[in-house]
Design a binder for this molecule. Structure first.
Ligand code: GAL
Length: 665
């Protein structure tokens, strides 16, 4: 398995490089990432390239058997370029060129910028394609969905809209432009959302803009990937992604790359909100699901984080090692730590690496050294994947739509996905997080939260899945809008009416308000009693709470069983949660946000009904995952708590805080 660091030779005196490489070799580092911000040193003057220093750095690693992944340095164009070619600088939503001197301010669509990219990438790849130690390329750095509003990007947006709709009449129809006299008479009138009040913009146009912005970034990444591939067909290509405000669609972004990489910065403080405990696990599972393959961590937490924000707590003993091992347990084949040594200059001098600028090995270094040693003893599980029976569906489209029109205070798209992931994780059940339109054949239980916008193909998948015998979980805000982000004229959940047997008569966006819920299903109530005692000490469990949103359900079919109703408000007694048999399967409709124990208890009830085995006594905070390759399956236990935990599997296993244990089976 690969373990490594992100290393910035250009930021340090060359006489330190050799001892750095020696040290890395000695502790077991086997891969480094280089050069993703080094454009000004690679091309100090337009057209004058200097790769000699990078040759020397790579050679030092090659001599020690350490592999290299190179970043294309296009996130940080040099100052001469920004100065001489201002048209390559992004324009913000107010129509102003953004301030330079930071990074990521290039316009991905600027023809001039693309030409500079072509030149530097061609130089780089042609130079290193015959170096065995250079195994591949990371494209740019943490690509966001393109938010540039320069004239080139505006025109691109217009062409995107034209390609999608063909005629301006279709656009007007799709956007409902009759409202507020928004009708266009020509494509030239179409503008990206701009100005102060973005959230007042037409939501249909705005959603299209987010999709265009994602496509635009995907196009830029593809431009680089195709160039690299043409020059070196063996190179492995990736880009490092993360969760940010304007995320490109992950599935599109990686559609023509060799593997997914993710920048993983778990918080050094265990979350106050217990629901967030498995949040890092959720992100890792999301990353694995993008290609349905093992992923890489391209940047991993190495110390205190901070710089533009106050510094956070220092990671506790065991955390650095534990969180890296957790990533392998969820499907990583490589983990690279950001960064080898904390920067002594620049904006990120307080974002700590493995070593301090003093270069004196400290606690973090010792822990990293231990980690390298442990990784050296991990089984050869490259390519190994879990075989999970539970999937949660993720959709960028839904996430964009939720961000554009906040449904209720405190209600976030990912919150619902995480709640279900959390519930199954507490029961020791591995969860795949997959694209909402992915095939569902391998799964027994599929959770499809907040499918606000309908898509015919997905709807068909979900009916087929349930009909064949699957258990489907739909939630509030499913079936609300058509594919153009306009409201359906059928009662919610519109296209899911036959599957659920209910309609939503009315709804109440509760926001942060908490209301009582009466559980009417015995098995769920029993399980809830157990979890309430275990997780929340003395909760009264026959009345439990709901929050964020209340769908008031009207039952249409005799086959529907009401599992819970509201216990307060003018809608007291109105059904809130239901299930309906459909074909050989079941469709649950959860019309409200539950409290944590209620989710866990419902997940347990469903597992019991499906006669699926699970771990009822797994300590909270301990994750149980699996990876399988051929005949071999490995189980992993990771203790994401500050206490020792005893896990009873076939034998009792004692886990130290943040310890990860591999159990071959
Ligand atoms: C990532 C980024 C790195 C570095 C790190 C710490 O988002 O890719 O270059 O900035 O965060 O802030």
């Amino acid at each position: 398995m690969r373990i490594g660091v992100d290393y910035y030779p250009e930021q340090w005196d060359e006489n330190m490089w050799e001892s750095d490489a020696d040290r890395m070799k000695e502790i077991g580092v086997n891969i480094v990432r280089l050069a993703e911000f080094a454009w000004s040193k690679l091309e100090p003057v337009e057209g004058n390239y200097d790769f000699a220093w990078l040759d020397r750095a790579i050679q030092l690693f090659a001599d020690r058997g350490i592999e290299v992944i190179l970043g294309t340095p296009t996130c940080t164009p040099p100052q001469w370029m920004l100065h001489n070619y201002p048209e390559i600088i992004q324009v913000d939503q107010h129509g102003n060129r953004v301030a330079t001197g930071i990074r990521g301010h290039r316009c991905m669509n600027s023809p001039m910028f693309r030409e500079f990219c072509r030149r530097i990438i061609t130089k780089m790849v042609s130079r290193y394609r015959d170096w065995d130690s250079v195994i591949g390329y990371q494209i740019d750095n943490e690509l966001e969905a393109n938010q540039c509003r320069c004239s080139v990007c505006q025109e691109r947006f217009r062409s995107w809209v034209k390609r999608k709709y063909g005629t301006i009449e279709e656009v007007n129809q799709a956007y409902g432009n009759i409202v507020w006299s928004g009708e266009f008479s020509d494509f030239d009138e179409i503008m990206p959302p701009m100005g102060e009040h973005l959230l007042w913009m037409n939501p249909s146009l705005h959603l299209d803009y987010q999709c265009y912005a994602s496509d635009s970034t995907v196009g830029y990444a593809r431009y680089q990937a195709e160039l690299i591939r043409k020059l070196d067909s063996d190179a492995k290509i990736t880009t490092n992604t993360w969760l940010c405000e304007h995320m490109p669609d992950f599935y599109d972004l990686f559609s023509n790359m060799d593997f997914v990489s993710y920048d993983n910065y778990p918080t050094a403080e265990l979350p106050q909100n217990p629901r967030e405990l498995y949040s890092h696990a959720f992100h890792l599972d999301l990353m694995r699901g993008i290609q349905g393959k093992p992923y890489w961590i391209m940047e991993q937490l190495s110390g205190i984080v901070g710089s533009w924000a106050p510094m956070g707590r220092t990671p506790k003993p065991g955390m650095l090692k534990g969180y890296a091992l957790q990533a392998y347990a969820h499907g990583a084949d490589a983990v690279l730590h950001f960064r080898w040594r904390t920067a002594k200059a620049g904006a990120e001098m307080y974002w700590h690496g493995i070593l301090d600028p003093s270069n004196v090995p400290g606690r973090r270094y010792q822990e990293f050294r231990d980690l390298c040693q442990i990784v050296g003893t991990l089984p050869e599980m490259e390519g190994a994947m879990p075989v999970n029976k539970v999937a949660v569906l993720y959709s960028s489209l839904q996430e964009y739509a939720f961000k554009l029109q906040h449904q209720a205070e405190g209600m976030y798209y990912l919150e619902y996905l995480k709640s279900w992931h959390d519930a199954f994780t507490c029961l020791g059940i591995g969860v795949d997080i997959i694209a909402w339109d992915a095939p569902l054949k391998q799964y027994d239980i599929v959770v499809a939260p907040n499918l606000l916008i309908n898509d015919d193909r997905v709807v068909r998948h979900l009916y087929d899945f349930t009909e064949r015998g699957g258990t489907l979980l739909l939630t509030n805000r499913c079936g609300v809008k058509d594919e153009n982000n306009q409201c359906m004229t059928e009662a919610i959940p519109s296209v899911y009416r036959d599957l659920t047997g209910i309609t939503v008569r009315e709804y109440d966006p509760l926001g942060m308000v908490i209301r009582k819920l009466d559980i009417q299903n015995d098995a769920w109530a029993d399980n809830l009693g157990k979890w309430s005692k275990r997780v929340a000490a003395d909760q009264e469990y026959s009345k439990v709470s709901c929050t964020r949103w209340c769908d008031l359900l009207e039952i249409h079919m005799g086959s529907v069983e009401v599992l819970a109703s509201y216990g307060e408000e003018f809608y007291q007694g109105t059904p809130a949660v239901s299930r309906n048999p459909y074909g050989k399967g079941w469709c649950y409709y959860i019309g409200t946000g539950l409290h944590r124990e209620a989710y866990i208890a419902l997940a347990e009830t469903i597992l019991q009904e499906r006669k699926m085995s699970y771990y009822a006594d797994l300590p909270i905070g301990v994750e149980l995952t699996e990876r399988t390759k051929g005949e071999n399956t490995w189980q992993f236990l990771f203790n994401n708590t500050e206490q020792r935990q005893v896990v009873s599997l076939e034998e009792e296993i004692l886990l130290e805080p943040f310890e990860m244990r591999v159990i071959p089976s």
